[in-house]
Design a protein around this ligand. Structure first.
Ligand code: NAD
Length: 360
């Protein structure tokens, strides 16, 4: 049976990087005889311009009906002045929550060829391969009650609620352990159980679920230490699993270890493993339309989609190897350019990956 993918190019550099990613997806699809059907839809500013809302009903209905979604990026200055509830980014948050995409996977991989691009010493980051698994639909970002209230003494007080139910922790734990099985078989759970009761329960449930995975090594770390270790000795980690807020912060720090936001893919999965795949970066309005955007994060998001939702690890590996081969050839978009390498534009980078895929 064919698998359906909804392509949402989005805004500014979104369509530019998506053109290259789709070329690569179509090439592996033919090469490995994957029966993949592509549909296109509108999200973000593009949807607002066309339909008056950032997430049209039609896009949502299609999103529910497909196996996977490939998203470029949304937002930009053109829509800075629209009402808050109509902002392009609202469309993105809405589609994530409507589809219950609770598990956010953010790999931080540093290709050895790009070790010089990191702000850390090459020997500390070269060959880095961490997978951060962040719970995306619970925790303090969604907990009720929340708000700003006025106390009896007239002073205002802001408050939020940090809570996780057992079932919420259990499902993200299973996801992390299952993913570790396909990697180096180590899970490090990040919490603050010395201070926050919610994460005492988090740790207990992680331990319980860990008993179902005797082949996986489970360790725990406090979030403050995790931040320190990430910049000191990042290669010690394999899979890191954590709640929404800690994951938000740690995954950005881990991303920056790799030096270039143009290289980082991500996935957000639901309970059935269906998912939305997108680069970690935004719509980069400052470089849109100039051929400067690095399409590799989106191309690597296609690889994640093949591995985690479309069930073709072989095709995923071919894309990842092709990206590595292109970096070996010295080809670089401006964001990863350094002396002695060859500057290419968005299309040339996409075409080079395509050629490597076809030659593989
Ligand atoms: P950004 O990620 O778009 O850009 C930050 C910097 O990184 C810019 O200098 C940009 O040129 C560069 N950059 C980003 N992607 C690149 C790529 N593929 N190749 C080369 N350089 C790249 O973040 P921002 O400027 O803060 O946000 C711009 C818009 O994107 C805003 O409207 C924001 O809300 C939106 N945004 C969307 C998403 C998303 O769609 N998932 C994520 C973050 C930001």
């Amino acid at each position: 049976m064919s698998k359906k993918v909804l392509v949402l190019p989005g805004d500014y550099i979104g369509p530019e990087i998506m053109t290259e990613a789709v070329k690569v997806l179509q090439a592996v699809s033919e090469k490995f005889e994957l029966d993949i059907e592509l549909e296109y839809g509108l999200l973000g500013g593009a949807a607002l311009d066309e339909c008056g809302v950032p997430l049209p009903d039609e896009t949502l209905a299609r999103a529910r009906a497909v196996d996977a979604i490939l998203l470029g990026a949304v937002g930009g200055p053109k829509w800075d002045k629209v009402e808050r509830h109509l902002r392009p980014e609202r469309g993105l948050l809405a589609i994530r929550s409507e589809l219950q995409l609770f598990g956010n996977l953010r790999p931080a991989i540093l290709y050895p060829q790009l070790a010089a691009a990191s702000s850390l010493k090459p020997e500390i980051v070269s060959g880095l391969d961490i997978l951060i698994v962040r719970e995306l639909t619970g925790g303090i970002y969604f907990g009720e009650p929340r708000g700003i209230r006025t106390l009896e003494n007239g002073e205002r007080e802001g408050f939020n609620t940090y809570k996780y139910s057992e079932s919420e922790v259990r499902r993200i734990a299973h996801l992390a352990f299952d993913l570790a099985r396909k990697r180096d078989k180590r899970v490090c759970s990040v919490d603050k159980s010395n201070v926050l009761e919610a994460t005492v329960l988090w740790r207990e449930v992680m331990e319980e679920v860990g008993k179902d995975y005797p082949d996986i090594e489970l360790s725990h770390i406090y979030v403050d230490n995790a931040a320190m270790q990430l910049v000191m000795q990042p290669k010690q980690f394999d899979v890191m699993v954590t709640g929404n807020m800690f994951g938000d912060i740690l995954s950005d720090a881990a991303a920056m270890l790799t030096g270039s936001i143009g290289m980082l893919p991500s996935a957000s999965l639901d309970q059935e493993g269906r998912g939305m795949y997108e680069p970690c970066h935004g719509s980069a309005p400052d470089i849109a339309g100039q051929g400067k955007a690095n399409p590799l994060a989106t191309i690597l998001s296609v690889a994640m989609m093949l591995r985690y939702t479309l069930g073709s690890a072989e095709a995923a590996q071919t894309i990842e190897d092709s990206v590595s081969a292109v970096l070996d050839q010295g080809l670089r978009t401006p964001d990863i350019f350094s002396d002695g390498t060859t500057l290419v534009n968005t299309t040339q980078m996409g075409e080079a990956v395509l050629a490597a895929v076809l030659a593989a």
